[in-house]
Write a protein that binds this ligand. Structure first.
Ligand code: MN
Length: 195
């Protein structure tokens, strides 16, 4: 089982996280931001990752620090779980529909951080969540996980659908990319020999 625990305490957030990449999609998520909890529950379910996450953040300011720091911790956990990346499929992608929304997501567990974010979200808020924070979450995640990640919104009008499609697509794509390919279980999938 590829599992890890993270604890990260700053003056802005206190986060505890446990992740099992080879789980069944069970999660317990309490970040203090209801919309982020909804997104991470979807992410875990569709990735079939087990995720236990609590965050006490300075939400009286806004959700910025909470969302960014949860992204950072999840990225750290993902990298720790992958270890030397031996046997992983490395690449994953999906074009995920949700009603009128169509979201392309592609990932390369490359050892290099890059985020392509071609997403056009119509509303600045969904509930009390600032929708621009989705990009901050993804940036925090890719920097720490050291993966290449692209989102391209092919269609979409409803803000909730667009964000939900992003997080579902992220789960599905990472599940694929992190999965062990039985034919290459003892190999690092790079001609360089290292990822
Ligand atoms: Mn929803």
């Amino acid at each position: 089982m590829r599992t890890t625990n993270i604890e990260r305490n700053t003056s802005e957030t206190n986060i505890r996280l446990s992740l099992n990449l080879d789980g069944t999609g069970q999660s317990s998520v309490a970040t203090g931001c209801g919309f982020l909890d909804h997104m991470l529950t979807l992410f875990a379910r569709h990735g079939r990752f087990d995720l236990d996450l609590s965050c006490e953040g300075d939400t009286w300011v806004d959700y910025h620090h909470t969302v960014e720091d949860v992204g950072i911790c999840l990225g750290q956990a993902f990298a720790q779980c992958l270890g030397d990346k031996k046997g992983i499929c490395r690449y994953g992608d999906i074009v995920l529909p949700m009603d009128e929304t169509l979201m392309l997501c592609a990932a390369d567990i490359s050892g290099r951080a890059y985020l392509g974010y071609d997403v056009d979200i119509p509303n600045p808020k969904v509930g009390d969540f600032d929708t621009e924070l989705a990009e901050e979450f993804m940036l925090g995640f890719v920097r720490e996980a050291r993966i290449t990640l692209h989102f391209k919104q092919l269609a979409g009008k409803n803000t909730h659908h667009i964000l939900e499609a992003m997080f579902k697509a992220l789960g599905r794509t990472l599940r694929q990319a992190a999965a062990i390919d039985p034919d290459f279980a003892e190999e690092v999938p790079s001609t360089k020999g290292v990822l």
